[in-house]
Design a binder for this molecule. Structure first.
Ligand code: FAD
Ligand code: UDP
Length: 371
């Protein structure tokens, strides 16, 4: 039987599989892991009962109504607002940088208008068009806040000088002159009631979809009419012109009882603290957190991704971009294969963007192949 192969059972692969299956196509989804849901995989921790996000905390947020509707077809989204704290030099602050952070940090009680003028005065307004992370930070909040909240964290997170990272990384974070401490600006935000794996189970639950786990694409010896590949782009080509650089994460598990942090995420920007942040996963499900006596948290240590490690964050420095362009040219020439997703296109994509792109790719494919 001739069918479509989809490499990777994360959001990219699952959404494409579903869209094609609903149009009558036969789909095989493979993943080399022993579970579905890619890096969004969640599971119930046996000891505590807490829903754990295996590859790091995932909060669903979007401004895209179509994606919000799509995700709500496959799960009940529970109300959740991400409120992150940061410990800097022994004091706890509110993130993202907002009026509370500014007043706490400078020991002031400024109004929004006063704080805006105060920060504008501190900001490096001589930097007209910030290109790097460092320039963006200095232009955005000035030296003191930049050094306290961004410099150390970013060096630990990315392992390179903030001056060679793109400004876009920092543009992900809001700066507010009010007391709104919602980490995201998007109008829709929530957590899936039964975790992300349950969403993917539902998306993949279709008679025309077969899911095969523990199967690497490299070992599949079948003919397909088309392949959608959401694995690493450089891996597809056997790294023949070099490796695209990623950061990977090591998670250190910390167990306890009751409430360990009092919040879901505590960032640690200080350079002396070896990890970047710690997250206590029961707080990602506030509707059930009180049920669990035990608790589990994870410290995140970031380092360069080596052979055999899980690639997490594409670095996309200038060097990577040159290599990426060459791989992209090779990818365009590859007949019968579409490269998708975070790894397949070597981009930092949030879940909502991943879903939108997957819907678009599936639509374009179906339109092109309609007879
Ligand atoms: P993945 O989820 O990476 O899936 C790719 C799959 O392909 C994997 O399961 C892999 O095993 C499989 N695969 C790869 N190569 C092969 C091969 N050769 N053969 C077989 N299988 C293969 N987004 C948000 O919106 N909110 C958040 O809060 C958020 N937090 C994040 C935190 C961290 C630490 C990270 C790293 C990312 C976060 N994201 C977040 C982004 C989110 O993880 C991605 O948007 C999403 O996982 C992308 O889905 P994907 O299917 O493209 O890739
Ligand atoms: N960042 C920082 N200090 C913080 C939080 C974030 O310097 O306390 C920087 C860091 O470089 C990070 C980027 O801002 O990679 C984007 O932050 P976000 O919280 O979106 O990171 P992610 O959840 O993607 O790891």
């Amino acid at each position: 039987m001739r069918r479509i192969c989809i490499v990777g059972a994360g959001f990219s692969g699952s959404v494409i599989a579903r869209e094609l299956a609903e149009e009558g196509l036969n789909v095989l989804v493979i993943d080399e892991r022993d579970h579905i849901a890619g890096n969004c995989h969640t599971y119930r921790d046996e000891e505590s009962g807490v829903m754990v996000h295996k590859y790091g905390p995932h909060i669903f947020h979007t401004a895209n109504e179509r994606v919000w509707e799509y995700i709500n077809r496959f799960t009940e989204m529970m109300p959740y607002v991400n409120r992150v704290k940061a410990t800097v030099k022994g004091k706890v602050y509110s993130l993202p940088i907002n009026l509370h952070t500014i007043n706490q940090f400078f020991g002031t009680s400024m109004s929004p208008v006063e704080a805006k003028a105060f920060i504008e005065d501190k900001a490096r307004t001589d930097i007209k068009d910030p290109q790097s992370f460092e320039e963006q930070g200095l232009r955005f909040v000035g030296e003191e806040l930049y050094n306290a909240f961004f410099d150390g964290y970013t060096r630990k997170q990315w392992g390179v000088e903030p001056s060679i990272l793109p400004a876009s990384i920092l543009k992900r974070l809001p700066l507010r002159f009010n007391y709104d401490d919602n980490y995201f600006n998007h109008p829709y935000q929530g957590m899936p009631k039964n975790g992300y794996t349950a969403i993917m189970e539902k998306i993949l639950d279709h008679p025309s979809i077969e899911v095969r786990l523990g199967s690497a694409y490299e070992y599949i010896d079948e003919e397909f009419t088309h392949v959608f590949y959401s694995g690493p782009l450089d891996r597809y080509f056997n790294y023949d012109i070099g490796r695209l650089r990623y950061r990977t994460l090591d998670f250190e598990e910390v167990r306890g009882v009751g409430d360990m942090l009092g919040t879901a995420v505590m960032n640690h920007p200080d350079p002396e603290t070896p990890y970047t942040r710690i997250s206590e996963h029961k707080h990602f499900a506030p509707w059930e957190a009180a049920k669990f006596e035990k608790t589990v948290a994870f410290r995140e240590y970031s380092r360069f991704c080596e052979e055999g490690d899980t690639p997490y964050y594409p670095i996309r420095s200038l060097d990577d971009k040159v290599l990426l362009e060459t791989y992209e040219k090779k990818a365009q020439k590859e007949e019968g294969v579409t490269f998708v997703g975070r790894l397949g296109t070597y981009q930092y994509l949030d879940m909502d963007v991943t879903i939108q792109k997957a819907l678009d790719v599936a639509k374009a494919f179906l339109e092109k192949n309609r007879d």
